[in-house]
Ligand binder design. Structure first.
Ligand code: SF4
Ligand code: SF4
Length: 334
């Protein structure tokens, strides 16, 4: 009796083992070794900068051939190169990016129109009549971006505006996607001049609610030597491909609505090759060059912004741009 029972149990066990073996072979999920290898070189930030649901999603998309190899901004060029080696393809360049706040309306210059006492979150506040700020376009200032930045790159400043630590920012774009007011923008790290206002109002309507808002006066459009600015719906829209980052708009804007990320700019210096033709005097948008016709000219360093317009027109090659911190390598003005 006992032997029969043991035999039945043994037989059933053997049958189940065989079935499991067959099932494991038939139903096995094929693991793409390249997917695992790509996943292993990704940084694991799961930030979504690549446009896929986390690093796992991006690795799967790369392995299946449906994603470009250079989309991980957190990993940058090194990770792209590693992925290229795994996939046996050229990864292409990774343009490092950084998030920039495109609103300068802190509480010192952009007052509130009512006291908000709801949940301390920008998205909740923005749902209530567009938020407490009198300028309904501007940064709400309740720090949602700072809370969702996976890299701790954003802190809230004393005037209720986010402060972005560019050394920590990886350009993942989480803050940009999370901002209910679209007051954060991802730009190439090499981009220097950016309009920091998103208001579509103009004139008095802007001045009443923010001292540094763009009033749509159009001066920047007129002075831009590269034709990079166009007024659209009361805001100058910048064509980044045309902009030469000269900074003229920054300095001409009466409301200081542009920001200049250059840590320093060069100054024009005129050398003895100058024959005093005065072409530079006419070209300088800031009246920074003085001198008698026929004699060597001089640049007033306190007026020069280093835009290089003078150097472009000098027929004698007598103008150098010197002393830049972070800009001279780009050779503004040629
Ligand atoms: S930085 Fe110079 S080129 Fe760029 S938009 Fe301003 S004025 Fe035009
Ligand atoms: S670089 Fe030349 S044109 Fe530009 S502000 Fe200086 S002096 Fe004027």
């Amino acid at each position: 009796m006992v032997i029969r029972a043991l035999a039945v149990l043994g037989g059933a066990g053997l049958l189940i083992a065989v079935l499991l073996l067959v099932a494991s072979v038939k139903l096995a999920v094929k693991v793409d070794e390249r997917e695992a290898a790509v996943r292993a070189v990704l940084p694991g930030a799961n930030c979504g900068a690549c446009g896929f649901p986390g690093c796992d999603g991006y690795a799967a998309a790369v392995a299946s051939g449906s994603a470009e190899l250079n989309k991980c901004s957190v990993g940058g060029a090194n990770v792209a190169r590693s992925i290229g080696e795994i996939m046996g393809q050229e990864a292409g360049a990774v343009e490092p990016k950084v998030a920039v706040l495109i609103c300068r309306g802190g509480k010192d210059v952009a007052p509130a129109r009512f006291q908000y006492k709801g949940a301390a979150d920008c998205r909740a506040a923005a749902l209530l009549l567009g938020g407490p700020k009198a300028c309904v376009y501007g940064c709400v200032g309740l720090g949602h971006c700072a809370r969702i930045c996976p890299f701790g790159a954003i802190t809230m400043g004393g005037n209720n505006l986010p402060v972005i630590d560019e050394k920590k920012c990886t350009g993942c774009g989480n803050c940009v996607r999370g901002c209910p007011k679209n007051t954060l923008l991802l730009v190439r790290r090499s981009k220097l001049v950016i309009l920091a206002c998103v208001s579509h109002d103009k004139g008095r309507a802007v001045k009443d609610v923010c001292k540094v808002g763009c009033t749509a006066c159009g001066l920047c459009v007129k002075v831009c030597p590269a034709g990079a600015l166009t007024m659209v719906s009361n805001l100058p829209v910048m064509d980044f491909a045309k902009c030469i980052d000269c900074g003229i708009c920054v300095h001409k804007c009466p409301t200081r609505s542009f920001i200049d990320r250059a840590p320093g700019r060069p100054k024009a210096v005129i050398n003895p090759k100058c024959d005093g033709c005065q072409a530079c005097v006419k070209a300088c948008p800031f009246k920074a060059i003085e001198g008698e016709a026929g004699s060597q000219h001089k640049v007033a360093a306190d007026k020069c912004i280093g835009c290089g317009e003078c150097r472009k027109v000098c027929p004698a090659g007598a103008i150098d741009l010197v002393g830049a911190l972070g800009h001279s390598h780009r050779g503004p003005g040629g």
